[in-house]
Design a protein around this ligand. Structure first.
Ligand code: HEM
Length: 419
């Protein structure tokens, strides 16, 4: 690669990492894959906090994600802590915990991670998720009933957002009237928090989210119900497996992770189908292809751009690069999912593709707990949408669709459609 091209890649990486760019990252990722699977990048947290590496390809990404001996999600567990999340954690004592400020399974490893994950894993087995199908179907149908006669809707506001938030809220036992606030906090958190990035006002949202959850727990202590929060309170009150901070962190994680990404899958997935009309037609003609199509939409351009950074626990070599203890690894799952060595025509959308593995739900110990739920929701959401509104089409020119690309995720603000 010549010098000029290299400099421009570096600048693009910086723009991407600083969260300043609204550009789709795929052409940048393709350039990075050409350079190698492990690329040295300037640390988004500043020069003083160790080296950073971007992982661009499938084999190395899976290797890192499954190697708990060499890598951790929790930088405070190694001596050379990089300061990741420090600004936010310094405020910790002044507010109730959330999944981000407190001790949630997403940011810890080892036996504590296993203990926390085990407490809720039964509620997310594929078998249990299948049992929720009839209720999820009802919720999807209700949303379509509300718009069917109007001939148009905002697919984000009227369908992609309310479906997952209602599903996870019913599982957890979050009252209907509180769900609008969850949207405000979750989308502010999704947009406002990144690696070394914190939007002004984000503390306020995290605090309100934590305070609300604490108050909800108090209400449920007095009046328990048949829901996951009440079950977790029971475990907490037994005293050995879960403390109150962990309980609040866990609930905020389940609420946040349980809807934000799935909404994005439905909205951006629909947009990708609009962008590939021949694939959309094929799917409409045979709705039994939907589960395969959902996997391909997740691979092709899933909601997650990168999983949480991993930190090296030891000095080691990775694809010829010398990684030092404390270095930060940024694992670009969206790039790994376009790895030319793993997928034929990796930049093409093929809803019949036979996928051995994609990384849209991550991999290893922290692989998405909610993947079985997201899959059932995706299946029902697309089947209901295309089955009941076969003339679905985008009402604005595609270039006017407001995409939000960030380091860790992507979303669409609004998607006007007619049918
Ligand atoms: C299409 C929808 C979804 C996508 C693309 C997605 C993606 C991911 C990814 C990539 C991770 C791994 C993060 C990491 O390794 O740093 C993750 C973890 C997690 N997800 Fe999801 N997710 C989705 C839906 C859900 C749903 C519906 C839930 C339900 C509660 C959920 C709950 C979780 C939890 C609790 C974790 C943390 C697991 C752990 O650390 O052990 N997710 N998700």
């Amino acid at each position: 690669m010549n010098h000029e091209a290299h400099v421009s890649v570096e600048e693009r990486v910086l723009g991407f990492l600083s969260g300043q760019t609204t550009e789709s990252p795929f052409s940048l990722f393709a350039q990075l894959r050409e350079m190698g699977p492990v690329i040295s990048v300037r640390n988004p947290l500043g020069e003083s906090v160790g080296n950073s590496w971007m992982i661009t390809k499938m084999d190395i990404a899976t290797q890192v994600l499954k190697d708990a001996k060499s890598f951790t999600v929790d930088p405070s567990s190694i001596e050379s802590d990089s300061g990741f999340r420090e600004d936010i954690l310094t405020e910790k004592n002044s507010s109730p915990d959330t999944f981000f400020t407190g001790k949630s399974m997403l940011f810890i490893d080892g036996i504590d991670h296993k203990r926390l994950r085990r407490l809720v894993s039964k509620a997310f087995t594929p078998k249990y998720m299948e049992s929720l199908r009839p209720r999820i179907q009802e919720l999807a149908d209700e949303l379509i009933d509300q718009v069917k006669d109007k001939g148009r809707m905002d697919l984000v506001k009227d369908y992609a957002y309310p479906l997952p938030i209602n599903v996870i809220s019913e599982m957890l036992g979050v009252p209907k009237e509180d769900r609008a606030n969850l949207q405000i906090w979750s989308s502010a958190i999704a947009k406002g928090l990144g690696w070394g990035k914190q939007d002004p006002g984000i503390q306020k949202h995290l605090k309100e989210f934590g305070a609300y959850t604490k108050e909800l727990v108090e209400r449920k202590r007095i009046t328990p119900a048949d829901d996951l929060i009440s079950q977790l309170i029971e475990i907490e009150e037994e005293g050995e497996q879960l403390n109150e901070d962990e309980l609040i962190s866990m609930i905020t994680l389940l609420i946040f992770a349980g809807h934000e990404t799935t909404s994005n899958l439905i909205a951006t997935g629909t947009m990708m189908l609009f962008d590939h009309p021949e694939q959309l037609d094929q799917l409409k003609a045979d709705l039994s292809l939907i589960p395969t199509a959902v996997e391909e939409l997740l691979r092709f351009n899933g909601p997650t751009t990168s999983v949480g950074p991993r930190f090296a626990k030891v000095d080691l070599e990775l694809a010829g690069q010398s990684i030092k203890k404390g270095d930060m690894l940024l694992i670009m799952v969206k790039s790994a999912n376009r790895d030319e060595e793993k997928f034929h025509d990796s930049d093409g959308l093929d809803i019949t593709r036979d996928i051995h593995r994609h990384l849209a739900f991550g991999f290893g110990m922290h692989m998405c707990l909610g993947a079985p739920l997201a899959r059932v929701e995706g299946d029902i959401a697309f089947t209901t949408l295309l089955g009941r509104l076969p003339n679905l089409q985008l009402s604005i020119p595609p270039e006017e669709v407001n995409w939000q690309f960030s380091i860790s995720s992507q979303s669409i603000e609004s998607l006007p459609v007619s049918f």
